[in-house]
Design a protein around this ligand. Sequence first.
Ligand code: TMP
Length: 215
Amino acid sequence: MYKKKSLFITFEGIEGSGKSYQCKKLFNKIKRMGLSVIKTREPGGTKGAEKIRNIILDDYFYPDSKEKFNKYTDTLLYLAARSEHIENKIKPSISKRKIVICDRFIDSTLAYQVYGKGVNKNLVDTIHKSILKGIKPDLTFLLKVNISKAMKRLKQRKKKNRYDKFSKSFYNRVQKAFIKIAKTNRKKYFVLDNSKDNKDVEEKIFNKFLKTLKK
Ligand code: TMP
């Protein structure tokens, strides 16, 4: 039997890295163990945050529109969605000692908005200080992927979003940023190459989860 304890696990990576698939796999395995676990995502995860997600994603579908969100509006919307998510879902779940699996979190804002788009890092750090309420992931899985493989996976998707149209060099920059972030804390980050479609990564993720749970 495992002691009931909260764990906050995040998955990060560029589109087509297979993180949503791996989130689902880990969630199902933990559920089968009889542990109390939830799966959520960013932007989104609560009614209010999903509304904000739709506003963000909606803007992307009109690339030719004259009036588009600038990178600061965009960033503030991600942060607004995160604030809702933390307050109404993540924090209450952690208080109830649940395991929380989140598809994207703060590192996505750093990788896409700060490193990818050149948004001021101090602004993001300052807002994070106020909205995170001391909540930090215990474990982050960063899924690396060969960029051409990621593009192939994206082409097969039915539902697209704006980044699906971004250039290889943008994805490269964002992925490099994720790797740089992961190097700042080797204990918390677990970096895996998810370019191949096999069960290897799924098993490594589950083993790492079990080790963290036993700590
Ligand atoms: P998803 O495709 O993983 O659901 O994520 C939606 C998009 O939002 C994805 O293109 C990455 C982007 N994103 C950011 O740019 N910054 C953020 O802080 C988050 C959470 C997502």
